[in-house]
Design a protein around this ligand. Structure first.
Ligand code: SF4
Length: 376
């Protein structure tokens, strides 16, 4: 897929969770009725302002993605109402991918029915692991068997496209534990699996525990072994790895995320959401109070607005495009000495190239950003 005027997505950030996981650095608030009600009104106002300003020029949405936080912290009928409002505000393709992220331990069968009936056709569960001891180590709410219950309920509600988000390199997790998690999930027949290596973000509880010697930092070599084990296991199970962290059954690659990796355009709604439209990147305030105050004052809650130069667009296309296993066209590298630099990176085992395209090797995927910087 190449970027074109047809590639347009909408992202809605729902910034609430019941509790913050120990590794999580996303902007979010603890789910409470009063701030959730303020957010809901402000989001409706944000949609109305974008409609008035014709931010999307009447173009058709190809994907809609409700992420967070935990979108299903909001009542399912509110999520359904917001989706209906979006679809009546902007033309939406009949084949659009419409995703909602959900927490397996809090979403109910009746929520799932409401969401499927409203038009969500893809659901992404934050499963993380299938070992209870891992949940305790990362402060995650719930029990592992909630994932199976939620996936089965989602399927009964009508969801045929189900993603599971997983993490590896968790404190005390072995390669065998990780493979056991993958094995345990196969009977649930997900169509998509995302595997993220645990990273330690400043300001998180886990970073603090590591500083105080209460937890061990992730072991890079172990994470590399786990990444290889996941690739072997999931390939054998019929998944194709199409991006550094993402695996899909045929025809189930996430269309919304492909927008980000192929230079497509998207409008982000909600606190901290990012947008890229008409060559301009902008972000919303990452603070619920400022976000709602701005919208109550009939102003869009933007914090910054940058028109990307041609060179910045090319750089982004390279950094994001190289994340895809199919790589990028050779012409994406514009530096005069590119052939020399490509040869150097091939010699180091970081890149593969043929006449038309370059792509990261499995070693190169571990240093994707560094390789992209060296090519630019
Ligand atoms: S459920 Fe997800 S968004 Fe919420 S705190 Fe945990 S990792 Fe962060």
């Amino acid at each position: 897929m190449s970027p074109s005027d047809q590639d347009l997505g909408l992202y809605v950030h729902i910034p609430f969770c019941r509790r913050r996981c120990h590794f999580c650095a996303f902007y979010l608030e603890i789910a409470q009725p009063a701030p959730m009600a303020r957010f809901h009104s402000a989001l409706i106002q944000e949609i109305a302002l974008h409609r008035r300003q014709e931010s999307l020029d009447g173009r058709t949405l190809q994907s809609i993605y409700f992420g967070g936080g935990t979108p299903t912290s909001l009542p399912a009928d509110q999520l359904a109402e917001i989706l209906t409002l979006i679809r009546s505000t902007w033309p939406t393709s009949v084949t659009a991918e419409v995703t909602v992220e959900a927490h397996p331990s809090s979403v109910t069968p009746s929520d799932l029915t409401i969401l499927a009936d409203a038009g969500f056709n893809r659901i992404s569960f934050g499963a993380e692991s299938m070992a209870d001891k891992d949940f305790a180590a990362i402060g995650r709410v719930g029990r592992v068997h909630d994932t199976a219950t939620a996936v089965q309920a989602a399927r009964r509600a009508g969801f045929g496209n189900i993603n599971l988000d997983l993490m590896y390199g968790l404190p005390g997790q072995s390669v065998q534990d990780w493979v056991h998690t993958l094995e345990s999930l196969m009977s649930l027949a997900p169509s998509h699996i995302s595997c993220y290596a645990l990273t330690i973000e400043e300001g998180t509880r886990l970073a603090q525990d590591i500083r105080q010697n209460l937890a061990l930092p992730p072991d890079d070599m172990l994470q590399i072994d786990m990444e290889s084990a996941a690739e072997r296991f999931l390939t054998d199970a019929g998944f194709a790895r199409y991006e550094i962290s993402n695996y899909a059954k045929p025809d189930y690659a996430c269309r919304h995320n492909l927008l980000y990796w192929t230079g497509g355009q998207y409008l982000g709604l909600g606190p901290s959401a990012q947008s890229y439209l008409h060559g301009v990147r902008f972000g919303n305030m990452a603070d619920l109070e400022s976000y709602t105050a701005c919208l109550n004052d009939h102003r869009l809650p933007m914090t910054d607005r940058t028109r990307l130069s041609t060179s910045e667009r090319q750089r982004d296309a390279l950094i994001f495009g190289l994340r895809l296993l199919r790589g990028v066209p050779r012409q994406a590298i514009t530096a005069a000495e590119r052939d020399h630099q490509i040869d150097v990176l091939i010699a180091k085992g970081l890149l593969d190239a043929d006449h038309d395209r370059i792509r990261l090797t499995s070693l190169g995927r571990r240093y994707a950003d560094t390789v992209a910087e060296q090519l630019f």
